[in-house]
Write a protein that binds this ligand. Structure first.
Ligand SMILES: Cc1cc2nc3c(=O)[nH]c(=O)nc-3n(C[C@H](O)[C@H](O)[C@H](O)COP(=O)(O)OP(=O)(O)OC[C@H]3O[C@@H](n4cnc5c(N)ncnc54)[C@H](O)[C@@H]3O)c2cc1C
Ligand code: FES
Length: 281
């Protein structure tokens, strides 16, 4: 499948953003709202690098590296000379995300972005099936919100348990077809997102296109399903990243065209058939 990606801003911002809100939304889950001066807007699937260390004596040393975070909501540009409020959904995974979760309103944080490639938008007349697992859900909201007018949109949101799910009410408010799954059955259907995906694909309807973001095994499973059924499938990879702009080579992923691709530059969005999935974890 050719992946003609939409144009994205070529020069990311490097600014101090102000924390407007940092709300707890379940165990380890936070909704972080930042006011970002001069924000140029972002396309669905793009991300920023946030430097969680303090801006005082421990600057850029604890932790040393910024952390990638998908732009969840707030893809509109700031007014001239003004700021835009942009939302992020984050789950505490380690030291960096703990520091992000502890930020208080009024504090400032360094941000670089928007970065990376975007999803090719949902085509008219298609049945778009968006599959989000864990924190991957955050990359899909803007895509879901833009696809509702001219396509049938289904969103499958999955997590280990109810407390791990993020943003469900926001997706439901969009009026898209929402399908919730949890591995322990504490909310929605018990099982994996791919169980629901298989069922949706069996149902009659317009040709399906898949969009997936989540743990690598989940995206690999979606890629296999798409390959078997000859469906378009885009994935947004969540590789560990150290720099976010092509310098450290830490995010490289093997691709069928030969060699490696830098997820922070060429991705995070790829056509699933570009990625060599075997051996990725
Ligand atoms: C493009 C992109 C978008 C992302 N969007 C979001 C988002 O919207 N919300 C969110 O909560 N997280 C998101 N992540 C993941 C997030 O960046 C990591 O969880 C974070 O960097 C971990 O940093 P830490 O210091 O808290 O943990 P660390 O101490 O660095 O690591 C703690 C544990 O998390 C694992 N880990 C580290 N990075 C990742 C990763 N990228 N994916 C999976 N496991 C990881 C480590 O292997 C380790 O086991 C995104 C990642 C990428 C690449
Ligand atoms: S994160 Fe450094 S090259 Fe991609």
């Amino acid at each position: 499948m050719t992946n003609s990606k939409p144009p994205v801003p070529s020069r990311p911002l490097r600014v101090a953003a102000e924390v407007v809100e940092n709300a707890v939304e379940g165990p380890g889950n936070h909704r972080l709202v930042l006011a970002i001066p001069g924000w140029p807007g972002a396309e669905p699937g793009q991300f920023v690098m946030l430097s969680p260390g303090g801006s005082s004596e421990a600057e850029r040393t604890d932790p040393l590296l910024p952390r990638p975070m998908a732009v969840y909501r707030g893809h509109a540009a700031a007014p001239p000379g003004g700021r835009a409020e942009v939302e992020f959904l984050l789950k505490v995974a380690g030291r960096g995300t703990r520091l992000l979760a502890d930020l208080a309103p009024g504090q400032s944080i360094r941000l670089v972005g928007p970065l990376g490639s975007a999803f090719v938008p949902v085509a008219p007349g298609k049945r778009a099936i968006l599959v989000g697992g864990g924190t991957g859900i955050a990359s899909l909201y803007e895509l879901a919100s833009r696809g509702t007018e001219d396509a049938e949109v289904h969103v499958i949101l999955g997590a280990r348990s109810d407390g791990d799910l993020m943003g469900v009410d926001d997706f439901m408010a969009l009026g898209v077809n929402c399908h919730i799954t949890t591995e322990d059955g504490s909310r929605g259907r018990k099982g994996r997102v791919t169980d629901t995906l298989g069922e949706l694909l069996e149902a009659p309807g317009p040709p399906a296109a898949l969009f997936a973001c989540g743990p690598t095994p989940m995206m690999h499973a979606c890629a296999k399903i798409a390959f078997e059924r000859q469906l378009e499938c885009q994935v947004s990879l969540e590789n560990n990243m150290a720099c976010g702009f092509g310098v450290c080579l830490g995010c490289a992923v093997p691709v069928h065209s030969g060699g490696y691709s830098l997820v922070c530059r060429a991705g995070p969005v790829y056509s699933a058939d570009q990625v060599v999935w075997e051996g990725l974890s």
